[in-house]
Design a protein around this ligand. Structure first.
Ligand code: IPE
Ligand code: IPE
Ligand code: MG
Length: 253
């Protein structure tokens, strides 16, 4: 056992990421809330409440580490398939944490943006999202930006972007001959934000579930069996240390 520990030192708990080589953008699929609750004999909604607390902890931890962008997957375009009660609990939690964020943004130095189609959301929540974005845009000393994917689907995002670009072509502002990856990126929800360097999925699932497919083309992936409500700063350290061991080639040598 002692030998195992020595041999594996630096491969597990306790190691800190190198602050000089942190990713600029970390993206997380906040998955496993339901299973976390089930394991405890609690309703799934209790898992979402616990997951929301984890979100706050991780967002502040990223800010304190000096990671400029954190994007979280909070609700997908497919999650409307869930029971109405579960959906409304998630919307209520979003409202609660958004109100808190609105109050703390300025003092705590962060901004919020939303990726996804906000149109189908309850109107009061949509208003709150827009207010949070607006307030955040005025936080001049922001050190950190949190992007919340809400009613987000990667394919839906690409379709909405394609539609907007096609309309711009009709009015002569764009032309098919001049379409490049950079031009198209301006029409995505993520316009102006660097691509994620690291995509993390907890809960043991090995899939993207429609999360940032365009932007993740060259991201590094980190999967762990830990369920999202149990994903603390030590877990993020582990993911970052793992990321820092990798060699990114982007197709080069
Ligand atoms: C992620 O946790 C939260 C949302 C998708 C809104 P889940 O609710 O998917 O948890 P599991 O996957 O059922 O454990
Ligand atoms: C992805 O998790 C969406 C969010 C975490 C918001 P899901 O639980 O919805 O994904 P699947 O159904 O397991 O692919
Ligand atoms: Mg899930």
């Amino acid at each position: 056992m002692a030998f195992w520990h020595r041999k594996n030192r630096g491969r597990g708990a306790g190691e800190k990421p190198d602050p000089a080589r942190l990713p600029r953008h970390v993206a997380i699929i906040m998955d496993g809330n339901g299973r976390w609750a089930k394991k405890r004999g609690l309703p799934r909604t209790a898992g979402h409440a616990a997951g929301a607390e984890t979100f706050r902890t991780i967002a502040y931890y990223c800010r304190d580490l000096g990671i400029p962008y954190l994007t979280v997957y909070a609700f997908s375009t497919e999650n409307w398939k869930r029971p109405a009660e579960e959906v409304s609990t998630i919307m209520d939690l979003l409202r609660k944490y958004l109100l808190e964020a609105l109050e703390k943004m300025e003092k705590d130095g962060f901004r919020i943006r939303f990726f996804g189609d906000l149109e189908p959301l309850p109107p009061a929540l949509r208003e709150l999202c827009l207010e949070a974005e607006q307030t955040g845009s005025q936080v001049t000393a922001a050190r950190h930006q949190v992007n919340v994917c809400l009613n987000y689907g990667g394919r839906d995002e690409i379709l909405r972007a394609a539609r907007a670009w096609a309309q711009a072509c009709q009015t002569g502002r764009e032309s098919p001959e001049e379409l490049t990856e950079a031009v198209f990126s301006h029409y995505l929800d993520t316009a102006g934000i660097p691509d994620p360097d690291l995509v993390i999925r907890p809960s043991g699932e090995l899939r993207l579930s429609n999360f940032l497919p365009w932007q993740s083309a060259y991201a590094e992936f980190y999967f762990t069996d830990t369920l999202w409500p149990d994903f603390g700063p030590a877990e993020l350290d582990k993911a970052l240390v793992d990321y820092q061991r990798r060699q990114r080639r982007f197709g080069g040598v």
